[in-house]
Ligand binder design. Structure first.
Ligand SMILES: [Fe+2]
Ligand SMILES: [Fe+2]
Length: 321
């Protein structure tokens, strides 16, 4: 006999699934509606501001940082093509397919911009390469989405926002909003799929995912450390990058919790990552010498949440500003 007690729950799940499918499909359609011609946009910006011009030291630093972005875009192009192939349902497949087209454009436009800046792009540093290779190399769909949609996209968005706000170079500053719009849409594929995939997992599988994520985040923060001298040259404080990145991560987690209330608020991976950031970028600030033992003790206190981390300090400063 029909079990009416199960019907509302069944409906709820079906509704949620249908809503998610519509959102995923709209990633493709919005992408189509907001598509931009990379050659036209770059040419117009050069016409408006003139060829990018910077003092030599800044020019080299900016080129090195955005070369990492250019190779990152190439990796994102490959990873989204893998996702297009790997995803079975049509709505997420559409979303990934539109991302492939976007990332291809991001790659060639960044390549052309760097050529205008006049500095041959060096290869990626060890840690940045590690982040993209881990994501490219895994066959696990959840790990791939975590790496691409929720980590690489967030890093790119964070750097783009800050470099745009500081107007380090006008052509780039006006080019980056086009990138940001696309990358923000790409995050959607991860926020829609990852919590559902994780909900189906056993505890050992979840631990495997958490370890992968921790290694990925640690590699990203080491790559930020490697980039530190260049960032400082163009006037970017890496701690500001961390604060913006954490805020973006918080927004992503909040949006995932709206659909999946069981999604953890402050998972252990988060705590460990915030501790590592304190270790590498001490809150005492740029150029202040902190003894190694104090650094470790402070980092441990951040992990235990008995000491404010980068995000809490930035939020407090923002509130009092
Ligand atoms: Fe991109
Ligand atoms: Fe992207």
């Amino acid at each position: 006999m029909f079990d009416s007690s199960r019907a509302p729950l069944g409906h709820e799940v079906a509704d949620r699934e249908a809503r998610r499918a519509r959102r995923l499909e709209s990633i493709y359609h919005v992408g189509q509606a907001r598509i931009w011609d990379g050659r036209e946009v770059l040419a117009d910006l050069v016409k408006q501001h003139g060829k990018p011009r910077l003092p030599d030291r800044e020019r080299r630093a900016l080129s090195r940082i955005f070369s990492i972005i250019m190779w990152g875009e190439l990796a994102a192009w490959k990873i989204s093509a893998q996702l297009t192939d790997q995803l079975v349902e049509l709505e997420p497949k559409l979303a990934a397919a539109s991302q492939v087209h976007d990332e291809a454009r991001h790659f060639y436009v960044m390549h052309d911009y760097l050529a205008l800046l006049g500095h041959a792009p060096p290869p990626m540093d060890f840690w940045s390469r590690r982040v993209v290779e881990m994501t490219l190399g895994t066959d696990n769909l959840t790990k791939k989405l975590l790496g691409m949609q929720l980590t690489i996209e967030t890093i790119a968005l964070t750097l783009f926002q800050h470099v745009r706000e500081l107007r380090v170079e006008p052509v780039l500053a006006d080019l980056l909003p086009y990138y940001e719009r696309d990358e923000a849409r790409h995050v959607g594929l991860g926020t829609q799929l990852v919590p559902a995939l994780m909900a189906e997992m056993s505890i050992p599988e979840k631990i495997g995912i958490a370890l992968f994520q921790l290694e990925l985040l640690a590699s990203s923060v080491f790559s930020l450390k490697a980039m530190e001298p260049d960032l400082l040259t163009i006037g970017v404080d890496p701690r500001d990058i961390l604060a913006i990145g954490f805020r973006k991560q918080m927004e992503i987690h909040k949006s995932m919790r709206e659909d999946f209330p069981a999604w953890p608020d402050d998972p252990p991976v988060n705590k460990l990552f915030h501790g590592l950031c304190e270790l590498l970028f001490p809150s005492s600030g740029q150029g202040v010498k902190v003894p190694a033992a104090t650094r470790v003790a402070n980092a441990m206190a951040v992990v235990r949440r008995t000491r404010e981390g980068v995000l809490e300090i930035a939020e407090r400063e923002r509130a009092s500003a």
